[in-house]
Design a protein around this ligand. Structure first.
Ligand code: PAF
Length: 280
């Protein structure tokens, strides 16, 4: 695996790669099986796969969260080598933000008004900035993103659509622990007990799916699941909502493909997850 720490070196290397398909998996490190599945998929679908690891300060609205974000770079490099990722981009702040590459901006009005938007002011702007810079450096044909960050996938799809990037965004299914907990770098901040308790998040999502498939009305599902979350004193509910998976609209008449989205705090760690309710 080639490791690039300098943007210019990667650009020069990339210029020589002609007539091969390029896959890209952007990450912030602390890699888990979910990330590795993205890399494996990219390897299956492309001739050459780049992975980036960059903890992007611009997308952290909470300074503490940035400080506490797990950093396990040596372990990450070993994991990427073991699955034969072709190249790793490991830039520092200046290599991303002081390199002449102009980031793109998009109108995030709607996506900033819902779900994660109001909870994390500036977060999606930061994601758009870093991803647009990374796309310009790496120029992939396909880029792979986990659906655990459901709203982030929508933001990236909007970026690609509005800026006419010639990149296919490949949303990939959430990888779960045996107990159902969605894999996330933030899980490392939970105690063993916390990890067990956190399996309830997936259970609540599954419960909403069962209710939906029995024909129970969406507002009733939302009330019931929220009631259960509130009864459990280990969790603080941030939101539990059911929206349309394509548009993220929540007007009942417009919901064709419902997705339940949840954010909770457990042991002071903010966890998010989601589940499409009409899937088999
Ligand atoms: O999902 C993430 O890990 C980050 O938001 C991303 C896409 C790597 C941008 O920093």
């Amino acid at each position: 695996m080639i490791i690039f720490t300098k943007t210019q070196e990667l650009i020069q290397f990339r210029e020589k790669q002609k007539n091969i398909s390029i896959g890209f998996v952007p990450t912030m490190g602390a890699l888990h099986q979910g990330h590795l599945e993205l890399v494996k998929r990219s390897k299956q679908e492309n001739d050459f796969t780049y992975v980036s690891i960059f903890v992007n300060p611009l997308q952290f609205n909470d300074k503490k969260d940035l400080e506490n974000y797990p950093r396990t770079i040596e372990q990450d490099i070993k994991a990427l080598q073991s699955i034969q990722a072709d190249a790793l981009f490991l830039p520092d702040f200046n290599q991303i933000y002081n390199n002449q590459i102009v980031p793109d901006e998009i109108d995030l009005t709607y996506l900033n008004l819902i779900l994660e938007g109001p909870k994390r002011p500036g977060h999606f702007e930061g994601v758009v900035k870093v991803v647009s810079i990374l796309f310009k450096i790496i120029q992939p044909d396909k880029a792979y993103f986990g659906l655990k960050d459901f709203q982030q996938v929508k933001v990236i799809q909007q970026l690609v659509r509005e800026k006419n990037y010639n990149i296919t965004i490949v949303p990939c299914h959430t990888v779960r622990e045996e107990n159902g907990l969605a894999m996330s770098s933030r899980n490392t901040r939970l105690s063993e007990e916390g990890k067990k308790k956190a399996s309830l998040i997936y259970k609540w999502l599954l419960q909403s799916k069962q209710m939906y498939q029995k024909g129970i009305a969406i507002p009733e599902i939302i009330n019931e699941v929220k009631h259960q979350i509130h009864q459990n004193k280990d969790f603080i509910l941030d939101y539990f909502e059911i929206r349309d998976a394509d548009t993220l609209y929540d007007n009942m008449a417009g919901i064709k493909k419902p997705v339940a989205l949840i954010a909770v705090y457990l042991e002071g760690v903010r966890l998010i997850d989601n589940l499409e309710l009409s899937d088999n």
